[in-house]
Design a binder for this molecule. Sequence first.
Ligand SMILES: [Fe+2]
Length: 534
Amino acid sequence: MKILGISSWFHDSSACLLVDGDIVAYAEEERFSRRKHTPEYPKSAIDWILDENGLCLDDLDEVVYFMNPWGYLATGVRAVLANFPKSLALAGPKAGTVWPLMRLRSMAGLKRQLCRDHNARGKFKLVYLNHYRTHQASAFFASEFDDVAILTMDFAVDGTTEVIAEGRGNKIDDRLMHTVPNGFALLYATITHVLGFKWYDEFKVMGMAAYGEPRFLDGIEKLYQLDPDSGELQLDFSYFDFQNYGMQKLFTERMKELFGEPRVPGSEITQKEYDLAVSLQEATNRYGLAMARLAKKLTNSKNLCMAGGVAQNCVMNQVICESGLFENVFLQPLAGDVGCSLGGALYRYHQDHGQPRKYSMRHLYLGPSYDEDVEPVIDRTGLVARDSEDWHGDVAQAIADGLVVGFYDGRMEAGPRALGSRSILADARSPEMKEILNSRVKHREHFRPFAPSVLADKVDLVFEPLPTCRSLDYMIVTMNVRPEWNDQLPAITHNDGTARVQTVQKAYASNYYTIIEKFFALTGVPLVINTSFN
Ligand SMILES: [Fe+2]
């Protein structure tokens, strides 16, 4: 059975192919269009997947879309009616990344577009899924576990926000559901805007948190109530306006009573913003932990699987892993909507078709490779190429000598993190390296930390163990740097003594592993800085 999962017309459009239960290819449209977080239809990603696997669209059994248009329409109509007439703005062209009415038209015409853009007759079946299902499936069916609690935390515009479910074998059963507009993800996004940042800047807020004092925590906790026993969630909507205006206006004047004037985007970041960021982080940790406790209570499983936008918060993930609530925690590395094409395909195969499990996520090297095209690029750009008897050793030596190395190897990684296929590598021992990379290469804020890639079998040498976490290979969780290493690794040790770790497995990234192994032999340090090209 061949199933193509796709996401489109929201953000981070992607496509993913499942063949007889295995994920064989995945790509995000932004990698072809060069437009970050693009909402456009993933034509290039689909074309690459079909071409790579020698297929045409009519060879597929199903195409699965990651959203339910009817749920989207019903949720939208309910939201407009709830606060009519001011909420009419929700149907306007600026309410989302794509005008909602245009989105609905695109979703309704998806089969026509598929056939037209990929020369198909339409023999395949088109299936629309509830959005949260695709997150749930990406967490559970990509894990190695048969019996799990599934926690998804998101803001799905077709109706749900946070859902706790039980996964057994190849079936998912819901246990608790929060629905739009009550959800922590939009609270987080709203405070991100109060801090003067925009959509997709949540990572900046997480990075800022290490520099503040949580003096606004009481204020953040006034914004919502979560009953720890029943799990009922209620946001205080006297502070919020996204339920009326969508992306155009997220909060009311009352929010200023709690946190003062919002920061003007682009203006200087003051201590107040750092304090608000850490207050939000602390509230996020508490919220995530409370939801994990509910998940434990409702399923009594020893395993937890997580996905959804909020599950990208690496610090919260560390708190949940350390809580001892679960023996095993699988954090889907494609936790945001980039993972929904993958989750949609897995959901159909197992939940709806009843097929047994065979896939579990071992790596993310699922995208295009361009090996044969490298020489023309070298000629075109005027770079100097040379052969080497020991190129791994040469790269390791260059890093140890303080050079910044661009590294390109094999199939592209899925998801937002560079994991050694398209990476910039540097020496984490250098006190100046963070500043050099932030200001000269990445052009980003000083407070954003760099992540380390560490040899998997040496991770506990440098970091305090996180034995419950089953997702250390993906930079989706922070770990504490051991105190004795803190001063030796200034470029990857964040202000709070943590690092967002990727452990490198020889079995899946052998060249990358060998470079770090040689760097370890040269320096005694089993890790390098790894940051993405973008
Ligand atoms: Fe989502």
